[in-house]
Design a protein around this ligand. Sequence first.
Ligand code: ADP
Ligand code: F6P
Length: 460
Amino acid sequence: MSRLVVISNRIADPRKTASGGLAVALGQALESSGGMWFGWSGKIVEDGTPGEGELHLHNAGKVQLATVDLSREDHDSFYLGYSNGVLWPVFHYRLDLADFDAGYIAGYRRVNQMFAHKLKALLRPDDIIWVHDYHLIPLAAELRAMGCQQRMGFFLHIPLPPPLILAAVPEHDWLMRSLFAYDLVGFQSEADVNHFARYVGTETPADILGEHEFRAFGKTLQVQAFPIGTDVDEFIELGKGREAQEMFEQMRGEYSRRRLLLGVERLDYSKGLPQRLKAFRQLLQAYPENLGSATLIQIASPSRETVDAYASLLQELESLCGAINGNFGELDWMPVRYIHRTVARKRLPGLYRAASVALVTPLRDGMNLVAKEFVASQDPDDPGVLVLSRFAGAAEQMREALLVNPYDTTRTAETMQRALQMPLEERQRRHKKLLEGIREQDVHWWRERFLAALAAVPTS
Ligand code: ADP
Ligand code: F6P
């Protein structure tokens, strides 16, 4: 049987806590199938030579981890500069935050070439190669240039923007052409597939052979939506564990007289945190029965803190939380508890279960696994309510959530109030449907569908 080789910039030991949808989902996917996971070691070598990095190999259960260090220069231009200073903001529709410094692209290419070079030495002819996310779009093109003929698939974890936004990236034509080196490209949502088809139709000489098939640059490419899921059964099991139970008891004990609203994410401007806090402030103003009762626990784990846009978001958030607590707080009640930290994965289900309402209100998001984890953690007899942004990829699947436009503060606050007041029967009905959906389309379904589609691509 062919070996699965997964490549992503961020990798994690599948047996440990990770924050970020990609690391969590790939850990779950690889733990069941086994295989190799190749990516950045997380180590930055201060005086390292650009384009060079030491390779480390070790086993984590059934998974072989192959990791490469990055020199400071490569880290700053490839990871911070091009991946998170250009591609991340543009792909999340934030042209205003993009830093199109011409120097970053050289580092992006250099690291992709280095990854291809190191990986090639580890590959077997019948390996199935599955590359992930925006850091590594040109990886297949580099591997093909070195003579690799294996089947190669690519999955984008973040959204693909409409063609006119994408076209703002100075190298957009090169990037999109690089995708044609893969056999299969997967996106999170139908909206992304639609943006890809429109881009190809207007900006490339491609022939559109079908809804999911495009031919250009001497290559045929299959493109489909594969919405990523979470391991629902594993998460339910985690919820029965000691750590989750203790977390639940502690929260229920501490907040026995209060109603909890919860947000959990990386501290990222795509997540709509300032807008959420403003809507929560509006909830307290417009519905004063929540004073002394509604408490927002906002967990935001540190992420990419040396990128300017992240540093200013941190300040904005701290000042908003301080202002809400200062204006509305009492000696025995603080409306916002803001925690700038990662919560251990084993404790997360207990936290989700203690919440009456989850606020998953990104301005734009590829998928959002937190929404799915919240649903998986609920007590079906007395479930909490999911308030979900219509701009999250998850909104295409999770139609029984309360969908909001996070830019609309007044109506988001109204929806929070509706969620807090929702009758038990309606909560149960919505939760049942949501749970059925995420169980049917879980992380294993995602992996199997993608790999089956890749295996079915005719080889030329
Ligand atoms: P993204 O990939 O943009 O970070 P997702 O919601 O898809 O967003 O995935 C985030 C993953 O990381 C989830 O599995 C979530 O449980 C985990 N995570 C995010 N923030 C935290 C945190 N503060 N503490 C613990 N886990 C977190
Ligand atoms: O899921 C989106 C994503 O950007 C992943 O690619 C990434 O691993 C994760 O969020 C966390 O970001 P980072 O790897 O920059 O810490």
